[in-house]
Design a protein around this ligand. Structure first.
Ligand SMILES: [Ca+2]
Ligand SMILES: [Ca+2]
Ligand SMILES: [Ca+2]
Length: 293
């Protein structure tokens, strides 16, 4: 056996075994393979979209993961990817050995030479947002047309939904909780830009697009028009003569919504809970500060 054919056999054997173990399935007995009773089992999995929250007119990618969990070669792989209303096709440049063509206004047709037993391949299919309603979730489906008889055809379709971004308003007031009871009463003043350096929106999900920041007005009020369909946390940075007051105490209309402080020096950095921002929403996040003891 020549060295290169040995290494090829090993390459085929190792991923097959790993894939079978990953599925929790028993590794097929060697005689099944020796007898030539091999079958492919292609599986399609739409991993995610990039970014998670595209907006009107933007291009995004659906990342599709395919594997051959069977013990035989798949032969040519054909994959149809649906393009639902609200999205449209754009120039496909998938790379990684795949070729995708625009089959119609409602689908792409993608092809790959073959997946060996245990082999895996990924492709990224581009879409443009065209007329989808902000705040809705649009489904994308990918379906394999197998070239050979498969041991399992129940896993030949995968789908993912993409949330279409819009805008929302996130606003609040920073105020001085003079009696430290967590509620804003008459006579407790707003804190303006002399005390508050910045209010910003932090995104815990890196795969999203959004954010923003604001300077507070002299009366402590602030407002940010922000992109939606993602998680935000409001962060308030203030001079270090302040600390945050107790959060979520009593009536939500007059309480403080800061629940944690990440630092006290050289500046105070305090934050709200994370919340989902949806198109058309208005979110009020108030911040009560006390004089630091
Ligand atoms: Ca299959
Ligand atoms: Ca108070
Ligand atoms: Ca609250």
């Amino acid at each position: 056996m020549r060295p290169h054919s040995l290494s090829r056999s090993l390459r085929r054997l190792v991923p097959t075994t790993l894939a079978a173990l990953a599925l929790g399935a028993a590794v097929l007995p060697a005689d099944a393979v020796a007898a030539g009773k091999t079958q492919p089992d292609l599986l399609v999995d739409l991993v995610m979209t990039e970014p998670l929250n595209p907006a009107e007119g933007e291009t995004f990618y659906a990342r599709i993961d395919l594997r051959n969990y069977g013990n035989g070669d798949s032969g040519p792989v054909k994959l149809t990817v649906s393009v639902p209303a609200g999205l449209r096709t754009t120039t496909a440049d998938t790379g990684t050995g795949w070729t995708c063509t625009v089959a119609s206004t409602t689908s792409y047709s993608c092809a790959y030479p073959a997946l060996l037993a245990g082999q895996r391949s990924q492709l990224s299919v581009p879409f443009e947002v065209a007329g989808a309603t902000p705040g809705t979730s649009v489904p994308i489906t990918a379906t394999i047309a197998p070239d050979k008889r498969e041991s399992n055809t129940g896993n030949n379709t995968g789908s993912v939904t993409v949330a279409i971004a819009g805008t929302c308003v996130i606003r609040g007031v920073v105020w001085h909780d003079l009696d430290g009871d967590g509620q804003r009463e008459e006579g407790e003043p707003g804190i303006g830009p002399d005390g508050v350096l910045e209010v910003s929106l932090w995104r815990p999900q890196g795969e999203t697009i959004g954010g923003g920041s604001a300077t507070v007005n002299p009366d402590g009020t602030w407002s940010i028009t922000a992109r939606t369909e993602l998680l935000y946390q409001v962060r308030v940075e203030a001079i270090n003569q302040y600390d945050r007051t107790a959060g979520n105490v009593g009536d939500d209309a007059t309480d403080s919504d800061l629940v944690t402080a990440y630092q006290h020096d050289p500046t105070l950095l305090a934050a709200s809970d994370e919340f989902e921002a949806h198109a058309g929403g208005e979110y009020v996040v108030d911040a009560g500060l006390v004089t630091r003891s």
